[in-house]
Write a protein of this length. Structure first.
Lengths: 558, 558
């Protein structure tokens, strides 16, 4: 059994496979040459392997055919939904020689069930598409949105186990019923979905027998072609909590307080804790003309940008959802727990924003009017994001070190990979205690400084007990020296978090080969499962697959 | 590769394995003869395969050794934690010839972390043991309890994906970090636990790479030796909601209301909807001497027992947990939604029960005193169960048709299998809509009547969108005709729910071979994974393994 795929697929095999795919999918859905293939090779990383070609199946049946052909000719396939995996590799495969399976044409919203509050969608469905559709057909169902922008795939994010902002933010826990094509060409339906008569495929995730859904996330055994996603019925009341901390050390007691509020059910959504530059960078880029070319920003500049953006050294945000009395009770609990000297606590509601809009309209011919309108934009986008409406605004951070700053029509159609942004993401998980966060920050922050980069971080309550950090290394992709330093910085951070025990919940293609670092046994089991379900090793070689193999087992491969 | 295990293991192989086990585990931990083996063969089913022997490893290392020996001699192993899988097969394997691995000696509570609210436990740890331990060491952490009684294993229930009553009732979602010995003798640690430096093994379940935890539940690839279980910090406030419905059809709007209260976060725990006889049977047995020997009870008798027990045609129960204001808000929302003509709604709090106790003490020399004390017992047990204290009281239902009624010292040390109770459980999942529940009841209730059994059912909110039914066929195990009819009734129910699309979330050994009924593909994938992780087919052959094999695949086993 092959464990290392060759870096390049044989030219003859590829040509023969391309002909076979063209016969099944139509020649227009088999791309082999630039310029058609070029956009798929764009990346936010300093470098990434390009594809050996692109195929675009339109149905699950075509995916089955495509996989069979790939097996026949030994051509590895790298499935993407929309390819917006920014900071983690974008559309690029972890190794060269793979043919991208672009699932963008499979963008059907198969079903929306308002009574039971779920949708069944294909991988090409974007956040914008689902969000718009839910409003257009008159439902009052909300999609949990991530900050990855309107054009990102919902399924793609689930398959990488991403998280959003609402009570449905741990998206993998809000999936019920996955359909996938395994590497051997078999179609798998998880949960109850494989029972032809089942009435419960999309309302209860676990049918009798082992749970296989987890095998289809962060893996390389199958191509997901459809899934059931739970949607949140619009709550009676919504309130957005923002707390600015003005003392850097105050994050320690604040994290302990946050844990208490998650554990007792006061906050049921994914709360985010952002440092100053991460909060600032969601609205503007590095002040290159004034502060000089070179990162990191001085303490004075950080203070100035904080003042301009009106944020704290740390900013904590969380959405409250529910009946009016529940939300009101949660507000009071948060006020009691969180209000302290050195903190600013705000509760933002849609009503309040409407009042702000009205004021801005009233004052529109005064100097204050346009500024107020401008000032209202970001809170409105934040609120929208928490209420089922995706926004591209939060991609601004990807442009932090871009020479040209934000595109003129930002955020319309913006795409950090196509726009040549430099962005490396690393997502270690940290215990949700003040002491752990302090130790973690002391570990990673100096690495940024030592490599000459701004420290951008959010910490999100991915469980009631743990924070998922997202650390950004933003760099100027036009500056090859800075790009090389960015990768050095990333690698130093990688070593520090792996050895320090703050293992990432998700990794980019830049680190997949190194996932074995410090691990016992698990990856060998993963390899054995893969050999069983994808015996040809066809699906995404190298995806969540460390270079080290499995230790000797007692039995032979079975 | 073997897919069907022989019904009996070769005598020579077994003898040689027994000697090898005795050398590793000590001869006292290898049981081959009656009377030592006999208790393991007791079952609540009409019949079940007995074990070929019993081994009792004391550590995970001994489990590894035991599995290696089993592979060497081709002896299949059937792991049990405490063997209290009543109604589903108890300690019995699904096929003959298997040696039981009794993990009862592995009963260490490895860690309790109060700050992050979790425990790490071995499979032998019982509900009582963990509950007592948490109080003894002075923590304010609550265990989610099931009604299976104090002597049931926590891990055993998790591994079968059972559910309890609290906000942590979907137990599988409150597990983080599993250690298991695979069928090939390898040790697997899931989540972050396989990283030697990891600080997050028990506070976030998903490390980088595919999620394997689900493979270790309702399966036969491994023996779970340890897991991290999240515990609920004692809430500021607790309230128990009971609603009696007096009109049978009222369950339809009540289920729709319940869905709304789950979806909007008012009820965050597992609510239970019990029919009259299920509620009655948790306090008493079939009134054999008065109503005659033969089930089912007449409508008049049902009405009489409802009056005596003070329950409705349907009883809905749910726990409310949280800060005082949260619980108060939830009470108001429930009152507003649920209070209607023909329903009785009660809110029970620990304070109210204390007042009742005080009143009983005050009146202890009057005729009312002892009756009040007696009357308080059941509510107190129900409250305890919802607040981390297991109780054997709810096992009374297992004795419903027992000739001798409840044991004199019930519930102390009671054990339905050892006590020769007749009990078959079937657990189909039903959409949480009134219309679906109506259709489901119309399908199954007549089957009970046709076979001459009382209809006992609960429906529990296992997700926000689905109800997990537990249907009891209670029968007199001393009456072979009634036992045969009970199995006929069960099989008719099985056929009805499988063909009707209300597939069970969990099944007993009596149905595992039939799990392929109406299914496409999934079980073949399960078989392929098993061959990869347990190439010798050593672990629990037949457990969640239908008789039908996998359809032809493209590749060979890999």
């Amino acid at each position: 059994m092959m464990t290392d795929m060759p870096d390049t697929t044989s030219t003859e095999g590829l040509a023969a496979a391309a002909d076979a795919w063209a016969a099944v999918l139509g020649p227009q859905n088999v791309l082999r040459e630039s310029p058609a293939v070029a956009p798929y090779a764009c990346t936010t990383l300093p470098a990434a392997p390009g594809p050996a070609g692109v195929i675009r199946p339109g149905t699950a049946g075509e995916v089955v055919e495509a996989v069979r052909i790939a097996n026949r000719y030994g051509v590895p396939l790298y499935p993407i939904s929309r390819g917006k995996n920014w900071g983690y590799g974008d559309a690029c495969p972890p190794t060269a020689g793979q043919v991208i399976v672009d699932l963008g044409r499979m963008d059907r919203i198969v079903e929306v069930n308002e009574e039971l509050a779920y949708a069944v969608i294909e991988p090409g469905v974007t956040q914008r598409q689902l969000s718009d559709h839910l409003r257009e057909i008159g439902t009052r169902l909300w999609l949990d949105c991530t900050g990855a922008g309107p054009d990102a795939s919902v399924v793609g994010n689930v398959v990488d186990r991403g998280f959003g902002h609402t009570p449905y933010g741990q998206r993998f826990h809000h999936v019920s019923g996955i359909e996938a094509v395994l590497g051997d060409g078999q179609v798998l339906r998880t949960g109850f979905g494989h029972y032809r008569a089942a009435r419960t495929a999309h309302i209860a995730p676990y049918g009798p027998g082992p749970v296989l859904d987890g095998l289809l996330t962060q893996s390389n055994v199958a191509i997901v072609t459809r899934l059931g996603l739970w949607l949140m019925p619009q709550p009676e009341s919504f309130c957005f909590v923002v707390c600015f901390l003005h003392d850097p050390d105050d994050v320690v007691p604040a994290v302990d307080a946050l844990r208490g509020l998650r554990l007792d059910g006061t906050i049921r959504s994914v709360a985010h804790v952002a440092n100053d530059l991460r909060a600032v960078s969601s609205g503007r880029v590095f002040p290159r003309t004034l502060a000089g070319d070179r990162a990191p920003l001085s303490a004075d500049w950080r203070a100035r940008l904080r003042r301009e953006a009106g944020v704290g050294v740390w900013t904590i945000t969380a959405g409250l959802y529910g009946r009016k009395a529940q939300v009101a009770a949660a507000r009071r609990a948060i006020a009691k727990t969180f209000r302290r000297r050195g903190r600013e606590l705000h509760f933002l509601t849609p009503q309040l924003l409407k009042a702000g809009d009205a004021a801005a309209r009233l004052l529109r011919f005064t100097p204050l009017g346009p500024r107020l309108t401008e000032k209202m934009l970001r809170p409105r986008k934040v609120l929208d994001l928490h209420c089922g409406v995706p926004s591209g605004h939060f991609l601004a951070g990807a442009y932090w070190r871009h020479r040209d700053g934000l595109p003129p029509d930002f955020p319309e159609g913006c795409d950090p990979a196509q726009d040549n942004c430099g962005l490396l993401w690393l997502s270690p998980v940290v215990p949700m205690t003040g002491a752990a966060v302090r130790a973690f920050l002391a570990l990673v922050e100096p690495i940024y400084a030592a490599h000459g980069f701004d420290f951008l971080i959010t910490l999100s309550t991915v469980t009631d007990r743990a924070l998922g950090a997202v650390m950004t290394v933003a760099y100027d992709r036009d500056d090859s020296d800075e790009a090389a330093r960015a990768m050095d910085c990333y690698q130093a951070l990688w070593a520090a978090v792996m050895d320090g025990g703050y293992i990432p919940y998700r990794v980019g293609i830049q680190s997949m080969a190194d996932l074995g670092r410090g691990s016992d046994g698990y990856w060998g089991t993963v390899a054995a499962v893969r050999r069983a379900l994808d015996p040809g090793g066809i699906i995404a070689p190298g995806r969540y697959e460390p270079a080290s193999g499995r230790p000797e087992t007692m039995g032979e491969d079975g």
